[in-house]
Design a protein around this ligand. Structure first.
Ligand code: CAA
Length: 494
């Protein structure tokens, strides 16, 4: 059986930090990775608190707590995190493309014998394993929130997972203090499939006015002995997380998993659960709410300021239009108006290559072609930015269409958000010689950015860096028009 000494955990969010905590308690050298330094800091603080709680409850001695803390180190890149690991557990957001990207990187940088596990709650491990040269060493390890308190570990056997991999992960689970069940890969495995149905049914009952949220929760707790009611639980898990699981199960398993319209509406309204200060229930002084109050000195969503709602003003402040050189921007990521072969030729791409250095093209070559309308991320070489996000809006030498421009912009924003980035700078995409008309480009890109910023995202500043005055003025006119109608009529349709 493979010997596991070192575990790398990719992503230090709610699940990643919990997994790192139980790995360290289990005696493993643990490397916790996240691109955002602030997230890592919060994660270490949370782990220390959780270990302290375990001491208070006589689950650990003070010495065991100290030893566990000493086993944890952090890393800022997947490459650094996985180099020495025997097992890597990814706990990044539930987006199969992102997970595939992580597995691709892991396969490149990890040792040949390293096992790759995904903490996905429903997605296909087989699909992630297919991009590696070691599908027999790819597996699902599905933990539950809050990880230190929840006793189950669901181990998912993908199409080609070997018995040896399953045995090694089961042993890791036991050392982490978990009871292990093994499930053959199928959408939602055991737990998410059942839980999604219960949670969805609860939303349907609420929608039909059968009972209040409180009473539905009370009934499930006292009548069925569930530790939490379905609404308390979805507020803990995140309504967006639940919705994305349901959408996937609906697609793969059929009609009975169609998300309740009320759940969809809550997510659109930004009522994402405890993390947002508001889900089915209100959580007073949750971080997002407190930050919003601090910034605006008022908690009323309907407060009008100069004809603009408070949320709209915040949104408007996040978008900045400039005339200048994109490659000089001191932001976390700049966007390359890329072709789907990721060849950095002329225009913006050429400037990125010249100023950033050949290593950006080398990283692009390693990624290879990507589907039109998607995006990929690389380092930024010598540029001030940390990353270049390559938004593939055309074929090499080809032209941009409205749909690919829209989709590539949305993908670029999603990639930035998934990495926890706070700032990003876009050029006008696809508007080169004989390219896409500037006004339509502005309409589509600004619309996509507004829609993205209306949701839950770490992005705090989105720059549009236009190369000449005419382009800047076009963007300014479109942007002014959108603000006048309060972003309510921004279809982005050319
Ligand atoms: N380290 C280790 N153990 C700890 C601990 C720590 N930091 N803190 C508490 N514990 C132990 C406690 O000692 C206790 O164990 P014993 O019973 O052996 O004494 C146990 O954990 C429970 O602790 P609490 O007293 O704090 O627990 P509680 O009774 O208040 O319950 C809860 C809290 C466990 C969260 C419970 O409400 C519950 O089970 N809720 C449901 C949570 C759930 O369903 N989660 C799954 C969500 S779905 C998911 O995560 C997956 C996905 O794919 C989205």
């Amino acid at each position: 059986m493979a010997e596991i000494h070192t575990i790398a955990v990719i992503g230090a969010g709610t699940m990643g930090r919990g997994i790192a905590c139980v790995a360290a308690v289990g005696g493993y050298r643990t490397i916790l990775e996240d691109v955002a330094g602030s997230v890592l800091e919060q994660a270490l603080h949370w782990i220390a608190q959780s270990l302290e709680e375990a001491v208070t409850r006589d689950k650990l001695t003070a010495e065991q707590k100290q030893q566990a803390l000493a086993r944890i180190t952090t890393a800022r890149t997947v490459e650094d995190a996985c180099r020495e690991a025997d097992l890597v557990i990814e706990a990044v957001p539930e987006d199969v493309e992102l997970k595939i990207e992580i597995f691709t990187l892991l396969d490149k940088f990890a040792k040949p014998g390293t096992i790759f596990a995904s903490n996905t709650s429903s997605l296909s491990i087989t699909e992630m394993a297919a991009v590696t040269c070691r599908p027999e060493r790819c597996v699902g390890m599905h933990f539950f929130n809050p990880v230190p308190k929840m006793r189950l570990l669901e181990i998912v056997r993908a199409l080609e997972t070997s018995d040896e991999t399953i045995a090694a992960c089961a042993e890791v689970g036991r050392r982490m203090g978990k009871e292990v069940v093994i499930v053959r890969e199928s959408p939602g495995f055991i737990t998410s499939r059942i839980n999604a149905l219960i949670g969805n049914e609860a939303f349907r009952m609420l929608e039909e006015g059968i009972a209040s949220a409180r009473d539905i929760d009370t009934a499930c707790k006292l009548g069925l002995n569930h530790p939490m009611g379905p609404f308390e639980l979805v507020d803990l898990v995140g309504l967006d997380v639940r919705l994305s699981i349901l959408e996937y199960l609906h697609k793969t398993l059929g009609e009975r998993f169609r998300p309740s319209p009320l759940l969809v509406q809550y997510v659109k309204a930004g009522r994402l659960g405890r993390k947002a200060g508001r889900g089915v229930y209100e959580y007073r002084e949750a971080p997002a709410e407190a930050a919003r109050k601090a910034e605006h000195g008022s908690s009323s969503m309907a407060t009008r300021m100069g004809g603009m709602h408070e949320t709209e003003r915040t949104l408007a402040e996040k978008i900045v239009l400039l005339q200048g050189d994109l490659t000089e921007m001191d932001v976390e990521a700049i966007v390359n108006a890329a072709n789907n072969d990721l060849k950095l030729g002329g225009g913006v791409a050429g400037a990125i290559r010249r100023k950033g250095g050949e290593e950006i093209q080398r990283e692009c070559d390693q990624i290879g072609s990507i589907p039109l309308g998607t995006a990929a991320i690389t380092g930024a070489g010598r540029l001030k930015a940390r990353y270049v996000i390559h938004a593939a809006s055309m074929e090499l030498g080809g032209r941009t269409s409205a749909e690919t421009l829209r989709s590539a912009t949305a993908h670029a924003l999603r990639l930035a958000a998934q990495r926890g980035l706070k700032s990003i700078a876009f050029p006008a995409v696809g508007t080169g010689i004989a390219g896409f008309p500037m006004r339509e480009c502005a309409e589509i890109m600004l619309h996509e950015v507004v829609e993205h910023l209306k949701g839950s995202t770490p992005l705090e500043r989105v720059y549009f860096v236009l190369y000449d005055r005419a382009a800047l003025e076009t963007f300014q006119q479109v942007w002014a028009g959108m603000q006048q109608v309060g972003f309510r009529d921004t279809t982005g349709t050319p």
